[in-house]
Design a protein around this ligand. Structure first.
Ligand code: ATP
Length: 235
């Protein structure tokens, strides 16, 4: 279980997280939502130890992550923007990540799902944006960790790849894993998420099911429910 208590993070005068309290139970798909710049990636990076919070504590399975690092071995992560050396071939990149993680990983079914076989000998610089995203998804899903964090996983994917991604997320969920996702694609969130966590003004505005959000906002569907919250912030 992830437990976050009173988390604060500012970048100079920009107070991004202003007291996040959040509990994520083990098992299920949780979508972290919020407008651009609301701090979704910052929150995720705090969980991964890539951003150090100014204040507050994060526990994963009852252990504080402060000054710990081993816990990261049990997390698979798809960054929003992955910056790998462009002159590497896809198969070289995969081998490098396998070596770094010192785990074997299950590669072939994912390569097949995303139809990446023809690209394994190609350099990253020569791949399209969507193909790069498929490679990054393979790297994020191949290690069978109990916690998977996917920052904007649908970015650039064609409809077939999107279908495979949804299937893979369901498959990982059925194994009892906890999957955190950020996305601005509401139809995707509606299909895959068990619960949503909505970040607004640096705090958790809402955590619960989509049905509960519809009720809270008195809107007939998910997209309108989200729009009604966002409208308040755009005024
Ligand atoms: N390393 C950094 N240095 C300075 N400011 C940063 C840094 N990282 C994030 N920020 C700022 O923090 C705020 C939140 O950014 P973050 O990327 O967490 O938002 P987000 O909710 O993920 O946005 P989006 O939906 O656009 O991906 C933004 O104003 C951003 O400019």
């Amino acid at each position: 279980m992830i437990s976050i208590e009173n988390l604060h993070k500012s970048f100079s005068k920009n107070q991004v997280l202003r007291g996040i309290d959040l509990q994520i139970e083990n098992g299920g798909v949780f979508a972290v939502l919020g407008p651009n710049g609301s701090g979704k990636t910052t929150l995720i990076k705090c969980l991964l130890g890539m951003v150090i919070p100014d204040h507050g504590t994060i526990y994963i399975d009852d252990r504080s992550i402060k000054n710990a690092w081993r816990y990261r071995q049990e997390i698979d992560y798809l960054p929003q923007i992955a910056n790998f050396p462009n002159n590497l071939k896809v198969k070289e990149l995969i081998r490098m990540i396998v070596d770094l993680r010192e785990r074997k990983g299950e590669l072939q079914p994912l390569v097949e799902a995303f139809n990446l076989q023809p690209f394994l000998d190609k350099k990253l610089v020569n791949l399209s944006g969507g193909t790069k995203q498929k490679v990054n998804l393979v790297l994020a899903l191949m290690f069978d960790s109990p916690l998977i964090i996917l920052d904007e996983p649908t970015a650039g994917l064609d409809p077939i790849a999107l279908l495979h991604l949804k299937k893979l997320i369901q498959r990982e969920k059925q194994k009892g894993k906890t999957i955190l996702i950020t996305s601005h694609i509401m139809s995707f969130v509606e299909e895959v998420a068990d619960e949503i966590v909505f970040l607004l003004d640096g705090v958790i505005y809402f955590k619960g099911t989509i049905a509960a959000l519809r009720e809270k906002t008195d809107e007939r569907d998910f997209e309108h429910a989200i729009a009604s919250i966002l409208k308040e912030t755009y005024v």
